[in-house]
Design a protein around this ligand. Structure first.
Ligand code: FAD
Length: 384
């Protein structure tokens, strides 16, 4: 089913790229997936093998491959199919890169995108100890000091902050543009004034490490204006939600494929269980939701690459993909019957990964709020 869909909706070059990427992920990365989940740790050689994928959409002028967001989507989809935990490694590089691309000066782009393309690890520190869905009210603040900024506060759930050599940090700048004003800052390791408090622990995405840390540090690197942080953060998420939607679909497809295989092999009362509509209907309904979300995601990515506003389309894609993922792992476990949760099958891993993952880059509810704004905006002729 997948190959037919790809041929129909991707160009020849995109199709070749996804086939090559899939082969790489299946042959090189997939053999590590069980070990990463078991050890809750990622071998260094896996990070090294994935580093070329950090620069796929970064413009060639800064050392990247200049391929556009749709290609990032294809990478994340194929990596999500074998190891969602590792998607977070590429995603944080993309979060960092998009922040610089959106708000950085030419000199910042040359310097920091160049470093990322050489393999330095980036991180993205937006979420605070306050509610992640309301970044305008974060507790971390930045105040002017000498030629730069003093940043104080506490961040939470910051993926790979422990190994990141570059970090984008968001902080409220109430003295610059009012109470809800936020600025975007770049920090480089070693980080002065950081205190790592604890690792955020989830049952899923094991191997992915996210951290809570306090910071009291100084930087002279501001991206954009001191009150443009929310604009930059939302612009960044607008891109990375598109790619993450494809990651969700990669895992959803893997769960669905496992359930299809099981339903053909497992016989009850003399016939394969898929011959019961009680099994085949939920499977085909899930397949349709995955394909629908995939079309939405690719469309949003193409709109991005064409320079068009795609906020509503991306949020639709992200919540459709997250819901398809939740449905796929739920249906897959139901089809497994008494083997759901049994460690001979990966159903339990899919459940843990899916529920840990879907809130990243904004929850389903937040995506619906963003998409609904598009529905009622003047861009929508029905609402104009
Ligand atoms: C695996 C993982 C990795 C992450 N990595 C990073 C990272 O590298 N950097 C980073 O900055 N952040 C990171 N995050 C944080 C992530 O972005 C936040 O968890 C996310 O934005 C949700 O924030 P919250 O958990 O504080 O939920 P809250 O904002 O506390 O929301 C709680 C619940 O209330 C709902 N809700 C909130 N407001 C409304 C409303 N108005 N209407 C309806 N429902 C509402 C939400 O949908 C959610 O269900 C990561 C999260 C995960 C799970």
């Amino acid at each position: 089913m997948l190959d037919r869909t790809y041929r129909e909706i991707l160009s020849h070059e995109e199709y070749r790229f996804v086939c090559e990427t899939r082969a790489f992920m299946q042959e090189v990365i997939a053999p590590y997936a069980a070990q990463i989940d078991r050890d809750d740790d990622v071998p260094q050689e896996v990070f090294e093998a994935l580093k070329p994928y950090m620069s796929v959409s970064i413009p060639e002028a800064y050392g990247g491959q200049g391929k556009g967001l749709l290609y990032d989507c294809l990478v994340i989809q194929e990596l999500g199919a074998v190891s969602p935990a590792l998607v977070t490694f590429i995603e944080v590089a993309q979060l960092f890169a998009h922040a610089i691309e959106i708000g950085g000066t030419e000199a910042q782009k040359k310097k920091y995108l160049g470093k990322l393309c050489q393999g330095m690890v980036g991180a993205y520190a937006l979420t605070d100890t306050g509610p992640g869905s309301d970044p305008a009210n974060m507790g971390t603040t930045a105040t002017r000091e000498r030629q730069g900024w003093r940043i104080r506060g506490q961040k939470r759930h910051i993926t790979f902050a422990d190994i990141a050599e570059l970090m984008v940090v968001f902080a409220r700048t109430p003295h610059e543009g009012g109470d809800k004003s936020v600025g975007t800052f770049i920090l480089e390791a070693p980080y002065d004034g950081f205190d790592f408090i604890r690792r955020s622990e989830w049952s899923g995405l094991r191997g992915h490490k996210a951290w809570e840390f306090s910071l009291d540090t100084y930087t002279e690197e501001l991206i954009g204006g001191p009150d443009q942080g929310l604009q930059i953060a939302l612009g960044v998420l607008n891109s990375t939600r598109t790619t993450l939607a494809c990651g969700h679909l990669g895992l959803a497809q893997t769960a669905l494929d496992m359930a299809i295989r099981f339903s053909k092999e497992r016989e009850v009362a003399g016939q394969a269980i898929y011959k019961n509509q009680g099994i085949s209907f939920p499977l085909i309904e899930t397949a349709a939701k995955i394909e629908g979300a995939r079309l939405l995601s690719y469309r949003a990515a193409r709109m991005h690459d064409a320079g068009r506003d795609h906020r509503a389309e991306t949020s639709m894609a992200k919540f459709a993909a997250a819901e398809a993922l939740i449905e796929a792992v739920t249906v897959a476990n139901r089809v497994l019957g008494g083997f759901s949760g049994n460690l001979d099958y990966p159903g339990d891993l899919y459940l843990r990964d899916a529920f840990t993952w879907v809130a990243a880059h904004g929850t389903i509810e937040v995506q619906k709020m963003t998409a609904a704004r598009g529905l009622f905006s003047s861009r929508n002729p029905a609402a104009a």
